[in-house]
Design a protein around this ligand. Sequence first.
Ligand code: OOG
Ligand code: MG
Length: 257
Amino acid sequence: MILAQTQIIELARRLDDAQTTVTDIASLCDTCRLDLDDAYAIQAALIDLRQRRDDPVSGVKLGFTSAAKMEQMGVSEVIVGRLTAAMRVRDGAAVDLGRYIHPKAEPEIAYRLARDVDPSDPAIDIASCVDAVAPAVEIIDSRYRDFRFTHQDVVADNTSAAGYVLGPWLPMQETADRAVRLAVGHAESIGSTSAILGDPVRALSALRGVAQRRGIPLRAGYIVLAGAATAAIPLTPDPVTCDIDGLGSVSFTGVRQ
Ligand code: OOG
Ligand code: MG
């Protein structure tokens, strides 16, 4: 840790204001030095502000779970952020894009934790604590200008988390090697769930280690987003659909009000 607690809270407020006022900000690293411990402490303070506004944590999300994205960011550890109830978008809903700065959609797989998980237990197999799986879209919206950020910045900014849409839950099953298609209007990204650490279920073991090191609780009922299976696509006022072979699909429509 480099920063004092007062600075952690000040930076969490800056990020929270950027989100609530839909105004981008400069990289925190432009003006101060922070390490990854500081970044997770800022994220925790940011989530605390939301919880005080009656916006409880509903799950966690992983980022940088594809080799390409890790290499692009020059990092070797996945990043973890928190989902909150207010980020939930119903399947089929119209979403006002004016709530976001520069939103993008990512095709993801969601897992649901059937019970509390103690991340400090190295013997725990998180996959065995999952009871359901669903196709999902994550809406990411970096609070940083032009999505330009360092590793510490993006962790502090709750890993760009802004929204999530879940398709119908299915019983837990094999999720490797399934074709994935995300469409936003005429733009399209095609890939495979294997892009997520070889098999998205590995995201669950990666989550255990990070949750332990960063003191992130994992509770029964939490949703776990395993990370993007393809490149993100900027949202436009158009229909968005994500199809995952054998798991079904999920959709919503971006609108400008
Ligand atoms: C960070 C969030 C990355 C993923 O699935 O890899 C992420 C960003 O790219 O803004 O959610
Ligand atoms: Mg994501």
